[in-house]
Design a protein around this ligand. Structure first.
Ligand code: DC
Length: 229
């Protein structure tokens, strides 16, 4: 595209949407194309879930969760293969990518103590702008004044198929299980009382069911440059 790598002012861009819509690939590629930082906020909720399991914290107990979430030192560092997440100095990027941690992240993300603790972390990370933030409530709650907001979605079956294919040969779930997990996570994430998954009123909605990631990034970049180029 003609606008590829054209210089642009530091903007804060948010990309929200359900699991499996392609947010991670698209957010990372868009950030690289614009020369911006990429922040995967789902990884922060996964980190809380992972640390709760590792430390034997009762995820039904709000006081325990509060102590855990507010005491965690979470940092993204850059690496050749993309960002790595450090929790108290330990690289947990791979350990948080399991179906069990995904489901537990969805559960702990409904707890006020966890959302409160991670809200501060995310706001600090966004202070410098020039960033693409990916999550569920970026455009609605964390950065309501973001410069550009996208909501990326796709039909449930297409999202489950992509997630199933990502597991590659290491699959220990059937397609039907992945579909059911995703349906439950959609329901948890969009019906919780606090910061539920939904498009901000001023978000641009993109349905990626029949689009490849490159086409989605092109559409997003075209919009960013038309508004701010
Ligand atoms: O994007 P992900 O699958 O890694 O996110 C894991 C869970 O974290 C997701 O089911 C809901 C929660 N989450 C959230 O509540 N708010 C965000 N901004 C990002 C993720």
């Amino acid at each position: 595209m003609s606008n590829r790598n054209k210089r642009i002012a530091p903007l804060l861009i948010t990309i929200d949407g359900p699991a499996g819509a392609g947010k991670t690939t698209v957010s990372r590629t868009l950030a690289t194309r614009l020369g911006f930082l990429y922040v995967d906020t789902g990884a922060l909720y996964r980190a809380v879930a992972f640390e709760a399991v590792s430390r034997g914290v009762d995820t039904e107990n709000d006081d325990e969760l509060d102590r855990l979430a507010s005491g965690l030192d979470l940092k993204f560092v850059h690496a050749d293969e993309g960002g790595r997440l450090l929790s108290c100095g330990k690289d947990i990027s791979d350990a948080i990518r399991t179906p069990r941690i995904a489901m537990l992240a969805s559960a702990v993300s409904a707890r006020p103590s966890v959302r409160r603790a991670l809200l501060d972390v995310q706001k600090r990370m966004g202070a410098e702008k020039a960033a693409v933030f990916e999550g569920r409530d970026m455009g609605t709650v964390v950065f309501p004044d973001a410069d550009v907001k996208f909501f990326l979605t796709a039909e449930l079956a297409a999202r489950a198929r992509r997630r199933f294919d990502e597991y590659g040969d290491a699959k220990d779930q059937r397609f039907e299980d992945v579909l059911e997990d995703m349906r439950r996570r959609d329901e948890n994430d969009s019906t919780r009382a606090l910061a539920p998954l939904r498009a901000a009123p001023d978000a641009i909605i993109i349905d990626s069911t029949d689009m490849n990631p490159e086409a989605v990034v092109d559409a997003m970049a075209a919009h960013v440059y038309s508004k701010h180029g």
